[in-house]
Design a binder for this molecule. Structure first.
Ligand code: GLA
Ligand code: GLA
Length: 670
């Protein structure tokens, strides 16, 4: 039967904006309404099609309890609409008004030293307070009632940069209840935390403290998991409030912070429609590996494209020396984000607030209301995005390689680094990421429980803590024919942050046909050599022992502390069509690159444009039958790149089979 009602539905409206967006954080509440038009004209001239508003405006939205004033927001959205600018609305929980925390002091967070936070900065709220949640729900519901059907509101940002916990008695009681729900009995908890150690044994739930950095490792891990679950439930009440009134076309996110690890981002991200993050370089210049890996980390939260919700217009105000990015580098940084799967790049902030804590921060328009020098560069970027949007629509990053990272592993190492200078991100994840990405131009970064079958190579740097689910996933991957590489410190702890009763890598030792005999924290790097050349292992070295006849030794230590002399430093073991490799040494970049080349060829990964000139970055996005190459030259000298075939640069319209780019020059090629 024909469904006439459906047949007569109007066609969906034309998208109101390009599919790649340049945006800005705009604070209309800080300015007289008579000024808004001038700002929006300047935005439109810069091809800015997106503003985020509202995330700190609670005292303007609800100046006294229950007295909601949202007309100004409505006016701001309508004014933006006239300039083809769409809106992401921020819920204002990160900045509660003074009347609220004064009348309901239980909504203020308790700091670690037991003192209450106070009004005057932001993030002074207690994320676990039921009373606080009542208030954020009420204001969010009002916003959603009012704007949930607004055609120009395309999405929501919940709160702003979740970060700060509370340590008061009511939070502690919630933590104890959380533990009770998890362990059921104290016997169980005592056993799994090995509380016989130092007479830590608990006789009642209310004896259990909160420990943040030094304490029983099981307790430390559970506190972090509680913190993560509590951010998730804090976010949940916002999501419910929005869903109650808003159209599902309005997508919801929160702005995360790259490598920040105060909570498990996989826990929090799972309820969002899309992931986003605030991408700040701070002092110095864009670090392609560290920043690119953070983009890929964010893309990995929901395994799809993401947004850069905030980024720096040249410089910030919070680093020890707030140097500016070079001319051209801001535009390159935005394209770097797009290459890694971003769909929007938003500058924080549009215009300097006249007062407030961030007067020196980079902006696009100064306190005087006129553009700063960087404005022209963002204008060029806006024009780029308009040109390239049709080409990039429907594309994302596809990789044959996954790097696994997980929060419990990073926490577990950080709580007991053993060598203070061993940083799991800087010394394990990022260096391996860099070596692999430089040769392949695409890497996925995902959780250790994500599906691995799509990958030819899976690398787990310092995956210290392996849950049973992760073990099953990794073993299944190898048995299914994949190549798994584990590096230093992997497979030491179980889901309780207890030591495994097998040597590293714990339950996968047998599959590896080798084990870690002993680990050594180092003052001086030790020599290591073999299949991947001669190198040195700084900070940490693991002495490996081979237990299966067919395990192959790839690298050995040279003469050092006696214990390590001539001992295996890297081994590999075939398992049916699959393979597992363990690398117990850290390597210097040259050897790491050679190890990466070995991993790629052993795993049958095919390389696109492997020999790029120095300083040239390539990102590939594909989908819908098209492949788009984004090339950027970060080298001070102009570089000429030979393309695999003649390609068209969608930014300039020219077609060629080789291209020369000046420093910070960009080509978007089809
Ligand atoms: C001290 C303590 C022991 C143990 C060692 C570790 O000597 O008495 O319980 O903590 O340090 O070095
Ligand atoms: C963070 C915040 C913004 C602003 C910027 C400044 O990302 O979300 O409100 O403070 O930092 O860099």
């Amino acid at each position: 039967m024909l469904n006439f009602a459906a047949a007569q539905q109007p066609l969906p409206p034309e998208p109101r904006t390009p599919s790649l967006l340049v945006g800005a954080a705009w604070y209309p509440e800080q300015w007289p309404e008579s000024r808004w038009e001038a700002d929006l004209v300047l935005m439109e001239q810069a091809h800015i099609h997106l503003v985020r508003i509202g995330e700190f405006a609670w005292s303007t939205m609800e100046p006294s309890e229950g007295n909601f004033q949202l007309d100004w927001l409505q006016h701001a959205i309508r004014a933006a609409e006239k300039h083809h600018i769409v809106v992401v609305l921020g819920t204002p929980g990160a900045a509660p008004p003074a009347w609220l925390t004064q009348k309901y002091p239980e909504t203020l967070r308790t700091k670690e030293d037991g003192r209450k936070d106070e009004h005057g900065n932001r993030q002074q709220f207690d994320w676990s307070s039921p009373k606080y949640r009542e208030f954020v729900v009420r204001v969010t519901e009002r916003m959603a009632q009012r704007f949930g059907h607004d055609p120009d509101v395309i999405g929501w940002q919940v709160d702003n940069e979740y970060a700060t916990e509370s340590y008061g008695d009511s939070t502690r009681a919630q933590f104890q209840q959380w533990l009770q729900a998890k362990y059921k009995t104290l016997d169980n908890l005592n056993r799994r935390w090995t509380t016989a150690y130092w007479s830590e044994t608990y006789q009642s739930w209310d004896q259990i403290p909160i420990e943040e950095t030094y304490g029983n490792p099981g307790l430390l891990l559970n506190w972090k998991e509680f913190v993560s679950d509590t951010w998730r439930s804090y976010q949940r009440v916002h999501l419910d409030a929005i869903h109650k009134y808003a159209e599902p076309r309005q997508k919801i996110t929160t702005n995360m912070m790259g490598w920040f690890d105060a909570y498990d981002h996989y826990t929090v991200a799972q309820d969002l429609d899309f992931a986003s993050w605030d991408d700040y370089v701070g002092r110095g210049h864009l670090d392609l590996a560290r920043n690119g890996a953070a983009h890929d980390l964010t893309r990995g939260f929901l395994r799809k494209n993401f947004w850069v919700m905030e980024t720096q217009p040249g410089f910030v105000n919070w680093s020890p020396n707030n140097t500016a990015l070079d001319k051209g580098e801001v535009r390159a940084m935005a394209w770097h984000a797009i290459g890694h799967g971003a769909e929007a790049v938003e500058y924080w902030q549009w215009r300097s607030a006249l007062n407030g804590q961030e007067q020196y921060h980079g902006v696009l328009v100064g306190a005087d209301g006129t553009p700063v020098p960087l404005y022209a560069e963002v204008q060029q970027l806006g024009a780029d995005f308009e040109k390239a949007a049709p080409t990039l629509t429907g594309t994302t990053v596809h990789s044959d390689i996954a790097i696994l990272q997980d929060y419990p592993s990073r926490w577990a190492i950080d709580w007991q680094r053993h060598n203070k200078s061993f940083d799991p991100v800087s010394d394990a994840i990022v260096p391996w990421y860099a070596a692999l990405r430089n040769q392949t131009h695409s890497v996925d970064m995902i959780a250790d429980t994500a599906p691995l079958a799509p990958y030819k190579l899976v690398v787990a740097p310092a995956l210290n803590l392996l849950t049973p689910a992760a073990v099953a996933n990794l073993v299944g991957y190898v048995r299914g024919g994949g190549h798994l590489v584990l590096t230093q410190r992997s497979g030491m702890k179980d889901a309780d942050n207890s030591l495994y009763t097998q040597r590293q890598p714990g339950p996968i030792t047998e599959l590896l046909g080798a084990r870690v005999e002993q680990w050594y924290a180092l003052e001086d790097a030790v020599p290591v050599e073999g299949q991947w050349g001669s190198s040195k292992s700084p900070k940490w070295a693991e002495q490996l022992g081979v237990t299966a006849k067919d395990t192959e030794v790839l690298m050995r230590y040279g003469k050092s502390n006696g214990w390590l002399d001539d001992q295996p430093a890297a081994v590999t073991h075939r398992v049916g069509a699959g393979r597992i490799t363990y690398i117990g040494a850290a390597l210097e970049p040259l050897a790491m690159n050679s190890a990466a080349r070995w991993m790629l060829s052993t795993s049958g990964v095919t390389l696109v444009m492997p020999d790029l000139p120095q300083g040239v970055d390539l990102a590939v996005r594909s989908g819908g039958g098209k492949s788009v190459y984004i090339l950027t030259n970060y080298d001070a000298a102009a570089q000429t790149i030979a393309l695999p075939h003649a390609m068209t640069d969608v930014l300039t319209g020219s077609t060629a089979s080789s291209i020369t780019l000046p420093q910070y020059g960009i080509a978007v090629l089809r």
